[in-house]
Design a protein around this ligand. Structure first.
Ligand SMILES: N[C@@H](CCC(=O)N[C@@H](CS)C(=O)NCC(=O)O)C(=O)O
Length: 188
């Protein structure tokens, strides 16, 4: 089994955590933007290849890994919605980040980016108000959210000062051995 990804991506990090939890052997192939454009039709990472199977999204990769290890895959609808809402907010946040970093387009210059940014802000408030019971081991919805928060804080994309529930979740996630083991070497 091979997984293509970057050590900084929060989507990839969730898959790396699931691999560690399930103790599944998998080769990690570090992949930059040029390479991901060549190997994946979505031009994104993660991408997982296992024999005949190629999976192009972290959600299907997670399901594959969870099922392989006989663990339920988000059978709680509230947790599943938390996972999906986090994905929506994270996608918006990653888009704003890449547009600023790669194309130097700022939020002020684009009405669509303004909307994306507002989505991040209102999404974070809603996530903070959701019924989160953060204790280890974290559910997939909460792992996804913690991966996003850690990335967003490091990249200075989000401010958790007033978001106490999210701050507490991140504090707890940071005590988890797999979360610790997958800390990105944020240097780029
Ligand atoms: N829906 C995808 C999103 C993955 C994603 O956005 N990955 C980012 C890295 S954090 C990426 O590869 N971006 C490259 C690009 O947008 O060109 C998933 O869950 O796997």
């Amino acid at each position: 089994m091979k997984i293509y990804g970057s050590y900084t991506s929060p989507f990839v990090r969730h898959c790396r955590i699931a691999l560690l939890q399930a103790d599944i052997e998998c080769e990690f192939i570090e992949t930059d933007a040029t390479q991901s454009a060549e190997i994946s039709p979505t031009k994104k990472v993660p991408l997982l290849v296992d024999g005949d199977i190629t999976l192009t999204d972290s959600s299907s990769i997670l399901r594959y890994l969870r099922e392989k290890s006989g663990v339920a895959y988000m059978d709680d609808i509230v947790d599943f919605d938390l996972f999906n809402m986090t994905n929506t907010v994270m996608d918006a946040c990653v888009n704003v980040f890449f547009l600023e970093k790669m194309d130097e387009i700022t939020i002020e210059q684009s009405s669509y980016l303004t909307r994306q940014n507002e989505r991040v802000l209102s999404g974070l408030i809603a996530l903070n108000e959701s019924p989160i019971e953060a204790q280890l081991p974290l559910s997939d919805g909460l792992i996804r959210l913690a991966c996003f928060l850690d990335w967003g804080v490091y990249r200075d994309r989000i401010d958790l000062k007033k978001l106490t529930t999210l701050t507490r979740l991140l504090d707890i996630a940071r005590t988890d051995k797999h979360f610790i083991k997958t800390v990105p070497p944020f240097n780029g």
